[in-house]
Write a protein that binds this ligand. Structure first.
Ligand SMILES: Cc1cc2nc3c(=O)[nH]c(=O)nc-3n(C[C@H](O)[C@H](O)[C@H](O)COP(=O)(O)OP(=O)(O)OC[C@H]3O[C@@H](n4cnc5c(N)ncnc54)[C@H](O)[C@@H]3O)c2cc1C
Length: 165
């Protein structure tokens, strides 16, 4: 089974890992924070159209919808003039038929919980260097990444400046 190393366990990392696993790859997600950044902290993430479709196909739509922020009014503060209240449902309806707003930490937790049984997560670590091109990538990190491990691909959500795969 081809191995893939993914950098970042927030939103994109776990989703990518899920789909790669479904299609026969063996992903490992490396996250630099010592533990999952979950809970009520962090900012909101809006899922529209294709984003909604992706989580629906993962069987997570109900759970994500239940954990939504339930924001109804967004107030735009202006330097001059009175603040303007915007109805969030009407605003998002102009962008997509389907929409959900959820705090990043909540979304991350749902995605992690849905994938942790099948996917290896390494916290408190990051990819230090990447050698090779395309088919045979060798990643070297700190201890848990197992220096010298070979992966088919490295997916970099947030590539450190020194990595140029
Ligand atoms: C202030 C702010 C407000 C926002 N508001 C909205 C909004 O209202 N609606 C919306 O849809 N989107 C919003 N966004 C965008 C939203 O945050 C992103 O769409 C979403 O978080 C992207 O998810 P991601 O997984 O790609 O990256 P991120 O959520 O940034 O996750 C990257 C992960 O990679 C980890 N990481 C980074 N470097 C390394 C490394 N070298 N090694 C290992 N791990 C690493 C990080 O710790 C993190 O866990 C906002 C962003 C910001 C900053």
């Amino acid at each position: 089974m081809a191995r893939v190393l993914i950098s970042g366990a927030s939103v994109a990392g776990p989703v990518l890992a899920y789909w790669l696993r479904r299609f026969g790859f063996e992903p490992t997600v490396v996250e630099r924070t010592p533990a999952l950044r979950h809970g009520l902290g962090g900012h909101a993430v809006d899922l529209f159209g294709s984003g909604v479709e992706v989580v629906r196909r993962m069987g997570l739509w109900e759970q994500i919808h239940e954990a939504r922020t339930r924001t109804t009014i967004m107030t735009l503060e202006r330097r001059r003039g009175r603040p303007i209240d915007v109805n969030v449902d009407r605003l998002s309806a102009g962008i997509s038929d389907e929409h959900v707003e959820i705090l990043r930490g909540e979304l991350t937790k749902i995605l992690y919980d849905a994938t942790r049984a099948d996917i290896e997560y390494l916290f408190g670590d990051s990819i230090a260097t990447v050698h090779g091109r395309r088919r045979d990538v060798r990643a070297r990190g700190t201890a848990p990444v197992r220096p010298g491990d070979r992966c088919r691909r490295v997916a970099l959500d947030c590539p450190p400046a020194r990595l140029r795969p």
